[in-house]
Every structure is written in structure tokens, then in C-alpha cells.
Design a protein around this ligand. Structure first.
Ligand SMILES: NC(=O)c1ccc[n+]([C@@H]2O[C@H](COP(=O)([O-])OP(=O)(O)OC[C@H]3O[C@@H](n4cnc5c(N)ncnc54)[C@H](O)[C@@H]3O)[C@@H](O)[C@H]2O)c1
Length: 476
């Protein structure tokens, strides 16, 4: 990382102090009075020249996509399970710092007919995986504080990268991913499965076909209690999730809700983010639970008496075209989980969560189940017609993981642009440090960088739900 960081400083011409600011709000910086982040971001943006536009970029087709995966805890094995069934994939290498995890995943891959090598045991073993010359795609499913470093390194070794959400945790990391992807012409796709949920794809198609009129407002959320999993001693490597909640502020998991709304609003391709404000409740629950557990179990002592992230963060984004997005992340509520997906236009609206999903045709009523079915039939995009049965059979977050893996591999095998490019990946992820800044600064507004360097005005749509580019890759 040190080397990448030096390269980045050299590349940007920013002084150490400037880069320090870009990197702040990274590890829970509580520098509440820091008002220089906005100025530093602006200065960097002004000096940044896009070396190549990765939006719509079609890389050389790769008939057999040789895959290496880093981090096989809870999430990583899903990619082995699903990608391993997509035609034209060869799982060549698996890395996890914990040998036992790598072994379990190797067995899983062997059961699907692959024979991957294992890299394990030390914290830098993943570099050897990236350095192999017989790998085309590196999937990164480690804790998100590691994503950018691993993604940048993989691209510099000539590999396309697919990174779990969020792709980056600081503004500096966002720019590193952009710069590296442009310089190396390697894809950097964030693995946002919510973009492939059927209702999200349906509403995307409806928006593109004009059903909603002008989109005015979007609502989105990842509200899901982490009270059990985060405090489990065995669920996550090194209790990393609880550590993040114990030292950060802001929306630390923005992309599930935000991604699909951005695609509907054509963010980075016709519209872009302008600024955000972020308001956060106090923590009423995580700190209390940590203290309670620590009173009887010394394992939890390191988590006691910490300033936990507030239980509910609400961030509002304004776009250049004048739209608004309300984005939430709650991680403690005893309510059922709510992954809100709300689209409000001049002619119609749609809302998912609480279930069932609903659609309004502009008459101030939600459509009846019969009317809903008619609309659904009319606006279902080609991707759902082609894949839904198979996606349901294989599963993974309601089938969305299957859609995503299959699309990524089909695009790589046939040299099509990927559905989520590096600009999308970092635009959706930069909410982490920026919402943190806002919370630390009495919910003041902060400008959101234009990672496309102005190309948003002419970039074309890339989430290809109508399968204009379709190589008919099969799934077994
Ligand atoms: N729906 C989704 O898209 C979704 C769902 C869950 C998790 N995620 C994302 O997936 C990522 C992983 O989450 P998880 O739940 O699997 O966490 P996890 O703790 O279960 O897994 C992370 C793995 O990374 C390994 N690791 C840590 N340091 C490493 C290193 N230096 N080299 C190699 N391996 C290392 C750990 O041993 C662990 O097995 C996170 O970024 C998370 O945000 C996404």
C-alpha cells in the first residue's frame, strides 16, 4: 500500500498534507473541525485529467475466464458456488489469510470440477495470486478496508477486478481505483447484487421507457440489524464489522440501496451527484451491548466504552439535474429489515419495502395486484425473461448474485462493457467518507467529486438489462 500511496501522491501532485485529508474519515477519524476536505477534493478534481474513459469500455474478449479469489469468509464462497457454474470459467486460485477457510473453498471448487491453488498463511499472500500470469479476473471479497489496495494491485498486474461492496473507504482510494483502471484499461466492477434484483431491474426498465416521467426523487436504504452477527465471536474475521461500527460515523454501507437508484437516475451518464448532507442519530444500542457483554466476558473488553456509529444514518444527496435521493443505513433496529427502493417521478412511482413491492400509475393509488402484474409483464426487461428461472434455481440473494456473476462473465467472454464500471463503483462508495465528514461537521453539506472528469455529460448507459450485448453464456 505504501508504494501505491507514494505513486498516488506523485501522480496527483498533492502534498502529504493534501493526501492526508483525502484519506481522512478513513479509519474513524474524529477530526470534527476538519473543513479542508472539500477544498482538497476540489483541487484534486481540477488537476485530474482522465487518461482514458472506462465508461462503455470493451476489453479484449476472453474465451475462458481464469478466476482468482481473495477472501473466502462468509461472502467469498458464494462466488465460487455461482461463478463455478457459469460456462467459460476456470477457478484457478483461492486466497484467504486463514488456511482453513481457503481449504473449505478449495473443496467447494473441486466439487465443481476445478483444481485451484491455495494462497494463505500471511497477510500479503494475495499479492502472489495477483501476480500469476494465468489469471484474468481477481475477485476481492475481503473486509472493505482492504478492497482498494487489492483492486489497485490486481489491475496493475493486468487483471480485471470485481470487488465486493463498497469498493473503497476513502476519497483517496476512490481516485486510486479510477486512475488505475484508466491507466491499465482493466475493468473494476463493484459486485453490487442489488442492481440485479428483479424489482430494481423492472423499475430501471420502466424509468428508461418513460413510465415515471421525469425522475424527481429516490429513496433507498440498507436497514438490517447487525446486533447478532456483529457481536458473534465466530461470524466475521477478526470481528472486523464490529470494529468498523465502533470507530466510524456516517453511512458505512451505502451501495445496496444507492446503486439501483443511481442507475435509474443515469448518474455518471446524463446526471451526476452534486452534494450531500448527512444526519445521524446517537448510538443507543451497540455501545450498551458491548459494555454489557464486556462486564462478564473479557473477550469483549476491547469493544467497551467506544463511540459507536449512530444507530440510524440518513443522508440526502442532490444531483446536478436537481433531483434528490434519501439514503439510509440502520444497523440495529428490531424491525424487520427494510431495503427501501423508492422511485418518485412526475408521472408514476414505485416502492419496495415493506413487502409487497408496489407501483403507482400517477393516480395517487398503488396498483392492484392484477394491475401490477400487467405492468410487470409489459416492462420486464429481456435479462429477466432470459435468466429468471435459472437465477431462482441457483439463488444467492434472491437470485441477484446469479444474474451478476453470469452477466460479468458473459461480458468478459465476449468483450462487452461491464454493467457497473469503475466510476459507478467509486461514486456509490464515496458516500462512506463524505457522509462521515458531514456527520462530524454538524451535518453540513459537502460537494461530491465527479470521478468521470466531465464525461458524465456524454457517457452512455451501461446496465444492459435489455441484453443488447449478449453472448449467450450458459449456466450449468
Ligand atoms: N450482498 C453483498 O454484496 C455482500 C454481502 C456480505 C458481504 N459483502 C462484502 O463482502 C466482503 C467480505 O465480507 P464477509 O461477510 O465475507 O466477511 P468475512 O469476515 O466473513 O470474510 C472476509 C475474509 O477475508 C479474509 N481476509 C482478511 N484479511 C485477509 C488478507 N490479508 N488476505 C486474504 N484474506 C484475508 C478473512 O480471513 C475472511 O475469511 C465485505 O467487503 C462485505 O462488505 C457483500
Amino acid at each position: 500500500m505504501k508504494k501505491n500511496r507514494r505513486d498516488f501522491l506523485k501522480m496527483t501532485g498533492l502534498g502529504i498534507a493534501g493526501a492526508g485529508v483525502l484519506n481522512s474519515y478513513a479509519s474513524g477519524s474524529k477530526n470534527e473541525n476538519d473543513r479542508t476536505l472539500a477544498e482538497t477534493m476540489k483541487e484534486y478534481e481540477k488537476n485530474h485529467k482522465q487518461s482514458f474513459n472506462m465508461s462503455g469500455y470493451a476489453a479484449t474478449a476472453i474465451n475462458k475466464v481464469r478466476v482468482g479469489i481473495i477472501g473466502v469468509g462468509q461472502r467469498g464462497p458464494t462466488y465460487i458456488k455461482i461463478m463455478g457454474r457459469v460456462e467459460g470459467v476456470d477457478i484457478r486460485a483461492i486466497c484467504d489469510i486463514r488456511p482453513e477457510k481457503a481449504e473449505v473453498s478449495k473443496k467447494m471448487a473441486e466439487n465443481l470440477g476445478y483444481n485451484p491453488d491455495i494462497y494463505s498463511g500471511d497477510k500479503d499472500a494475495w499479492k502472489k495470486l495477483c501476480e500469476r500470469d494465468d489469471i484474468d479476473l481477481v475477485i476481492v471479497t475481503t473486509p472493505w478496508t482492504m478492497h482498494a489496495e487489492m483492486g489497485v494491485y490486481a489491475m496493475k498486474q493486468g487483471k480485471h477486478t470485481a470487488i465486493a461492496v463498497p469498493a473503497a473507504a476513502t476519497i483517496e482510494e476512490c481516485w486510486q481505483l479510477v486512475k488505475t483502471s484508466e491507466d491499465t484499461k482493466r475493468h473494476c466492477m463493484m459486485l453490487e447484487n442489488c442492481s440485479y434484483h428483479t424489482f430494481q431491474m423492472l423499475t430501471l426498465n420502466m424509468a428508461r421507457k418513460g413510465f415515471f416521467g421525469e425522475i424527481v426523487h429516490g429513496e433507498c436504504a440498507y436497514n438490517s440489524s447487525k446486533m447478532r452477527n456483529n457481536f458473534s465471536k465466530t461470524m466475521y474475521w477478526d470481528m472486523w464489522w464490529l470494529k468498523e461500527y465502533s470507530k466510524r460515523k456516517g453511512n458505512i454501507y451505502p451501495t445496496h440501496g444507492l446503486g439501483p437508484v443511481c442507475q435509474i437516475m443515469d448518474i455518471n451518464r446524463g446526471d451526476k451527484f452534486e452534494f450531500l448532507v448527512s444526519v445521524e442519530s446517537k448510538d443507543f444500542m451497540m455501545g450498551a451491548k458491548a459494555n454489557e457483554l464486556a462486564a462478564t466476558d473479557s473477550f469483549y473488553e476491547e469493544f467497551a466504552n467506544k463511540d459507536y456509529r449512530g444507530n440510524m444514518n440518513t443522508t440526502i444527496i442532490k444531483t446536478t439535474k436537481g433531483r434528490t435521493i434519501m439514503l439510509q443505513h440502520g444497523a440495529t433496529s428490531p424491525s424487520p429489515e427494510t431495503y427501501i427502493h423508492g422511485i418518485y417521478g412526475t408521472k408514476g412511482a414505485a416502492l419496495k419495502y415493506p413487502y409487497p413491492p408496489r407501483i403507482s400509475t400517477g393516480n395517487h393509488k398503488w396498483a392492484s395486484p392484477e394491475e401490477f402484474e400487467v405492468i410487470q409483464k409489459k416492462y420486464s426487461p429481456e435479462i429477466i425473461k432470459v435468466m429468471d428461472e435459472m437465477a431462482n434455481k441457483i439463488g444467492g440473494h434472491g437470485g441477484s448474485d446469479t444474474y451478476k456473476c453470469w452477466r460479468l462473465i458473459d461480458c468478459l467472454r465476449h468483450g462487452f462493457p461491464v454493467d457497473i464500471d469503475v466510476y459507478d463503483s467509486v461514486t456509490w462508495s464515496c458516500i462512506l467518507p463524505l457522509s462521515s465528514w458531514s456527520v462530524h461537521n454538524q451535518s453540513n453539506s459537502i460537494q461530491i467529486p465527479d470521478f468521470t472528469a466531465g464525461a458524465w455529460k456524454s457517457n452512455e448507459r451501461n446496465m444492459d438489462i435489455e441484453l443488447k450485448n449478449y453472448g449467450k453464456t450458459l449456466i450449468r
